[in-house]
Design a protein around this ligand. Structure first.
Ligand SMILES: [Zn+2]
Length: 326
């Protein structure tokens, strides 16, 4: 999942600059039909103090069926709950599709379930994916996820009905949402894929990346000209977060054509700004005629040229290498 980032630096919530240690996630929906995630930046990147907006409000992210936009660092105190949950919870808004209206608070009028089913499914999935990402980043589980309405019942949020006024129209609830998050967390921790970078992985920096992490130094172009080896993902047993983003350390440079390694840039980089080129070296056990064999996998590649280059390097180094395509 790609998270696009642009902080609402004009919003008083951003300039207040208070930090939190996230202990939960609060799910909201906008109650504003048809305004998508990108559209909220210009609406809310305004100062209440300066009289530019009539509400003191800011959330960490908005998402719709296509995009996730992060507007506050995750560890920044948001103004989304109207209660104590602001001190503990990351808050995000699911945008609602257009073509209906509200009457009497939270009653959706003219909402066509069939017409909006595809939108709902895609937005629901993006919300699940975002929660999985945040759970992994902050060591949370599905049990730490509540809706705004559930927060109100717990006495830590204002009296709103999101998302309970909407999810049931599509046969979902906060319970089915949490179940979907749990399933994704379990399946991802067993396969360890999907952006979950590990020490030993070879990566490249995305062409679109400008800074190493939000608020960090600019990335020179020569750094993008090499692959890099991840040499560290944690510090004192915890993920390393810079500018609100989980980072990994690029400790060795890898030449793109001959796969020779050399001194690394030794810089922490936002995980969202890198692409996986090859999973790291890992040993697994297989069985052959009752005997246990240890097989060492050196890399997995999408591009055959990269695989060939590494094969050549291994054979030069005296290894009896073979390639498997699956
Ligand atoms: Zn809400």
């Amino acid at each position: 999942m790609e998270i696009k980032t642009k902080f609402m630096t004009r919003n008083d919530c951003y300039t207040a600059g208070r930090k939190i240690a996230p202990k939960g996630i609060m799910v909201h929906s906008t109650a504003t039909p048809g305004v998508m995630a990108a559209g909220w930046f210009s609406r809310w990147n305004k100062s209440y103090k300066a009289g530019e907006i009539n509400r003191q409000v800011c959330v960490h992210a908005f998402l719709d069926d296509k995009e996730v936009w992060q507007y506050l660092p995750w560890n920044h105190r948001g103004w989304h709950a109207g209660g104590d949950a602001n001190n503990t919870h990351i808050g995000f808004e699911i945008c609602e599709p257009g073509g209906f209206s509200y009457s009497g608070g939270s009653t959706m009028v003219g909402y066509d379930v069939k017409k909006h089913e595809a939108y709902f499914r895609a937005a629901f999935k993006n919300a699940v994916d975002l929660c999985v990402h945040l759970c992994r980043q902050y060591g949370l589980t599905e049990k730490d996820i509540i809706s705004h309405a559930e927060g109100n019942k717990k006495g830590i949020a204002s009296n709103h009905s999101d998302v309970g006024h909407w999810f049931p129209k599509h046969g979902e609830s906060m319970d089915t949402f949490r179940t979907a998050v749990r399933k994704a967390l379990v399946s991802e921790s067993s396969t360890g894929d999907d952006g979950d970078f590990e020490v030993g992985d070879i990566v490249e920096i995305k062409a679109s990346a400008g800074l190493y992490y939000p608020g960090g130094p600019a990335i020179p172009s020569w750094v993008k000209g090499s692959y890099h080896l991840i040499t560290q993902t944690q510090s004192v047993g915890k993920p390393v977060v810079k500018g609100g983003k989980t980072c990994v350390l690029l400790g060795k440079k890898i030449n793109k054509s001959n796969w020779e390694d050399s001194d690394g840039i030794m810089t922490w980089v936002d995980k969202d700004f890198i692409n996986l080129i090859s999973k790291g070296v890992k040993a697994d056990t297989g069985t052959s005629e009752g005997k246990k064999l240890y097989r060492v996998q050196v890399g997995t590649f999408e591009n055959k040229n990269n695989a060939d280059a590494l094969m050549t390097k291994l054979k030069k180094a005296g290894f009896d290498a073979y390639m498997k395509f699956e």
